[in-house]
Write a protein of this length. Structure first.
Length: 439
């Protein structure tokens, strides 16, 4: 029954995509983040829904009457260069039999990130994308939070099979990164019951993150909650809410959870921590001896026997930074870090642009929450191999979409008229309404 339902929903959305490419983007985002096909048991389980959505979206773009253009910002240029570099490293990969499968997976995600940026043209598009991104991951937060409460926190929470977040640690990082987006959705809710509901989803997602038993998630959560408090305009209320969430988590989790969290300080004797350090040295050695890195999927037992300090202690990268370093060398790591920096600066420019403009409070809130999400991803990612996780790139797309909608039109208008133009509101159809002031 689930299979038939999923096939029906997806093909209806595909038909709608021909009418609006944004529907295709939202469908891909949902499939990519939630992986609903992994909740089925028949033909839908391995059906290439995402690939079909990509093709249909491209066809819709080609035949659309609208003019589509990719805004060449520091973020988009860096992302394109990163994609080109990763493709180049794939041709000289040390694991040629494995590299192209992962290349296909990563490029599909990054390519659709660019398509997302292209098709965003209104406030409605950005808000819709935020809702799909937030709820696609929060679905598992809601589900996992309830499971953690019912089980008393005695069992780990895992994600859907065959996805980036199948592992409990990866799922925990996804929950940490999505919490700020859920907070934005709560701020956007116009009904009291919706705000209350989204608050409940946030609390259950935080509980689910704790139920993963991920130590990296605890560190990421501390950093993320701190920045969430900094970015909040109601620091007292936000502080009370964060303390309440932390209190609930500590009350729910059993002694076993606290014992595991306390092992963060015992990295010199913890086998998992020693394995991660071994993997990090492995990545350094690969990058030192191979200018272009080892290519995708380099962290294999065969390669560990060549480059790792302890060849028998094989582990995944356990760090987005060392993952990129080992796979694409120092040049790849530079592109990856620049993408993070430029995306952050985009959010900062949007916040400065929206300051004092009540009509743009929604954009200011979203930019701030995207930055908080990036903090969680950047800190938690230091302990997990999720460098190409879709969620992060969709957050980047949200920021660039805001820049495209708010900043780029006013810059172009100012250039054409020789006037500084300040956007003060968003029209009913998403157009920028501006005030012009003489120099």
């Amino acid at each position: 029954m689930r299979d038939y339902l999923l096939f029906g929903v997806v093909f209806i959305l595909l038909w709608r995509t021909f009418q609006s490419p944004m529907i295709g983007v939202l469908t891909f985002t949902w499939l990519s983040l939630m992986n609903p096909h992994r909740l089925t048991y028949g033909a839908a389980y391995d059906f290439p829904f995402a690939a079909i959505v990509v093709v249909v979206t491209l066809i819709a773009l080609v035949f659309s009457k609208d003019k589509w253009r990719l805004s060449m910002t520091p973020v988009t240029v860096t992302l394109i260069l990163f994609m080109v570099w990763m493709t180049a490293t794939s041709f000289v990969a040390l694991e040629p039999d494995l590299v192209w499968t992962e290349w296909n997976r990563v490029m599909k995600t990054l390519f659709m990130t660019l398509i997302t940026i292209i098709v965003i043209k209104s406030k409605k598009d950005i808000i819709a994308l935020a809702w799909v991104v937030g709820l696609s991951v929060a679905f598992y937060g809601l589900k996992g939070g309830i499971f953690t409460l019912v089980s008393g926190g005695n069992y780990h929470v895992y994600g859907p099979d065959g996805s980036y977040i199948a592992d409990n640690n990866a799922l925990a990082l996804a929950f940490i990164a999505i919490l700020p987006i859920v907070r934005f959705l709560q701020l956007q809710a116009t009904k009291g019951w919706m705000r209350l509901g989204m608050g409940g989803v946030a609390i259950l997602t935080a509980i689910s993150a704790a139920g993963s038993y991920s130590r990296g998630a605890l560190v990421a959560a501390a950093a993320m909650f701190f920045f969430l408090w900094i970015k909040s305009k109601q620091k007292f209320k936000t502080g009370i809410a964060l303390v309440l969430v932390a209190t609930i988590v500590f009350m729910v989790m059993p002694g076993e959870w606290f014992a595991r969290m306390q092992t963060i300080d015992d990295y010199k004797t913890d086998d998992s921590s020693l394995g991660r350090i071994n993997a990090w040295y492995f990545a350094l050695n690969v990058a030192k001896q191979n200018f272009m890195g080892g290519g995708f999927s380099i962290f294999t037992p065969k390669m560990f026997f060549i480059y790792a300090p302890d060849p028998r202690n094989h582990h995944a990268a356990h760090s987005i930074y060392f993952q990129v370093l080992g796979e694409h060398g120092y040049i790849g790591l530079i592109f990856f870090i620049l993408l993070l920096i430029f995306s952050w600066r985009t959010g900062t420019r949007i916040l400065a642009f929206c300051k004092g403009k009540e009509g743009l409070k929604w954009a200011s809130d979203l930019a701030a929450m995207c930055q908080v999400s990036m903090v969680g991803f950047a800190v938690g990612g230091g302990f997990l191999a999720l460098a190409y996780y879709d969620l992060y790139y969709f957050v980047v797309a949200l920021l660039v979409g805001l820049e495209k909608l708010l900043l780029l039109p006013t810059r172009q208008e100012a250039k054409n008229k020789g006037l500084p133009i300040v956007a003060t509101d968003i029209g009913r159809n998403g157009e920028v309404l501006a005030d012009e002031k003489n120099v």
